[in-house]
Design a protein around this ligand. Structure first.
Ligand code: COA
Length: 387
């Protein structure tokens, strides 16, 4: 990259069933991001902005990126809305990092937003389905939990496994979420509770699913040269990769991994010049517990069929060899679709600066975020470090 990008500020609302509307959520995350910059900062210095959002639910505002300029207080700013389903945030970051790398922008605001709980259950089911194959799979009645249920069945069957590792992902992420004041669920659960929870889409139960959440997050990125004007501890973006796959799951070569995740990771590691062993912790897209196991394998942190054993060994806990989702992940922190990828960057910003509070991963110096769209049709992977 010609100019390296770095994060200099980050903001986050609470995730959950919230009374605020979309504009209030967005404004709150943006103000917090600006307020977190260490040295005096003029919003008018921002020269590009991206809003990640599916436009879910009752608000359905097209052209919504203009709201970002309003909330920032910079009329006339160039704003772009990025929509790649649940990976919208990761792809908005991808665009921002490349805008800075090319020299076409110097200070870029990226925000993610979703208001999901202001509609009826029937409408919610409609919106949850828009990111899959609407021509065949959705018409046939396949829900999102249904798609991941199919992937989980294929995985457990192929590697002759039970549901224990899936439950362990839920237990670990709820334990981490209990330490995160922004998390949708701040309660620990037991493995038996996860195993016995009502089935949603066999073999997935209630505790295998992320919840439906409202929320927003924002990060401020600058070129390295500019970043140093605002802080002594910028969080550097060392590498970023993005990829896609067939939208319809039925047209994929396999059900036990995501090719888009593998390709995005390969590009991210190559552009960062980093090795897996140098990464301190991972933020992965665990929309359903099976997705965390697939991510560990697709990203190259576990062999094929071995992510379950790795998880059960405790290696992915906050004090383990390779901590995964110290913020509670989508499972416990929540998953307001457009906000999720940006929220992962917020977590990295605080972890790498040592300001993550009780959920701090000790000695974290580098991190990887993995943000998946739908059932693996798009994926963005980012690698970060602190100087
Ligand atoms: N994990 C744990 N508890 C959950 C939960 C989840 N994912 N979702 C809901 N709950 C809890 C609620 O807090 C509530 O608890 P309470 O009775 O103590 O207040 C109870 O379960 C019922 O909540 P409700 O909202 O009525 O549940 P629901 O049956 O309408 O929805 C799911 C449950 C799993 C179907 C829903 O959360 C869902 O669709 N999740 C997946 C979202 C999704 O697909 N996102 C896109 C991913 S790619």
């Amino acid at each position: 990259m010609v100019h390296r990008a770095a994060i200099v500020g980050a903001g986050h609302t609470r995730f959950g069933v919230l009374p605020e509307g979309p504009r209030a959520l967005l404004g709150s995350a943006v103000r917090q991001a600006l307020g977190s910059v260490d040295r005096a900062f003029e919003p008018s210095a921002v020269d590009r902005s991206y809003l990640a959002s599916l436009g879910f639910g009752g608000w359905q505002i097209g052209n919504s990126s203009a709201l970002l300029a309003e909330e920032l207080g910079v009329p006339g700013l160039a704003c772009v809305r990025v929509e790649n389903a649940c990976a919208s945030g990761g792809f908005a970051l991808h665009e921002a990092v490349h805008a800075i790398a090319s020299g076409s922008a110097d200070l870029v605001l990226v925000a993610g937003l979703e208001k999901m709980t202001d509609v009826s259950n029937a409408r919610r089911r409609f919106w949850l389905g828009v990111s899959g194959d609407t021509e065949w799979e959705r018409q046939a009645g396949l829900t999102f939990a249904g798609v991941y249920g199919l992937l989980a069945s294929a995985y457990l069957d192929r590697y002759r496994l039970g549901r224990e590792a899936l439950a362990e992902v839920a237990v670990k992420n709820h334990e981490n979420g209990a330490l995160n004041p922004n998390a949708h669920f701040q309660k620990r659960i037991e493995r038996e509770q996860a195993l016995r929870s009502p089935r949603v889409a066999d073999p997935l139960g209630l505790y295998d699913c992320c919840p439906v959440s409202d929320g927003a997050a924002a990060v401020l990125l600058a070129s390295t040269e500019t970043a140093k004007r605002y802080t002594d501890t910028p969080v550097y973006v060392d590498g970023i990769g993005a990829a896609s796959d067939r939208l319809a799951v039925q047209e994929r070569a396999e059900l036990t991994g995501f090719e888009a995740s593998r390709r995005a990771a390969e590009t991210a590691f190559r552009s960062a010049g980093a090795e897996r062993g140098s990464i301190s912790f991972l933020e992965v897209h665990d929309c359903f517990t099976i997705a965390e196991l697939l991510a560990l394998e697709d990203l190259g942190f576990a062999g094929r069929g071995e992510a379950g054993a790795l998880t059960l060994s405790g290696a992915t806990r906050r004090d383990g060899r390779i901590p995964v989702n110290p913020d509670g992940g989508l499972k416990a922190k929540g998953h307001p679709i457009g906000a999720t990828g940006v929220s992962q960057a917020y977590e990295v910003f605080h972890q790498l600066r040592g300001s993550a509070g009780p959920r701090q991963v000790p000695g974290a110096r580098s991190a990887l975020t993995h943000n998946v769209g739908g059932a693996g049709a798009t994926c963005a992977v980012t690698i970060y470090s602190v100087g």
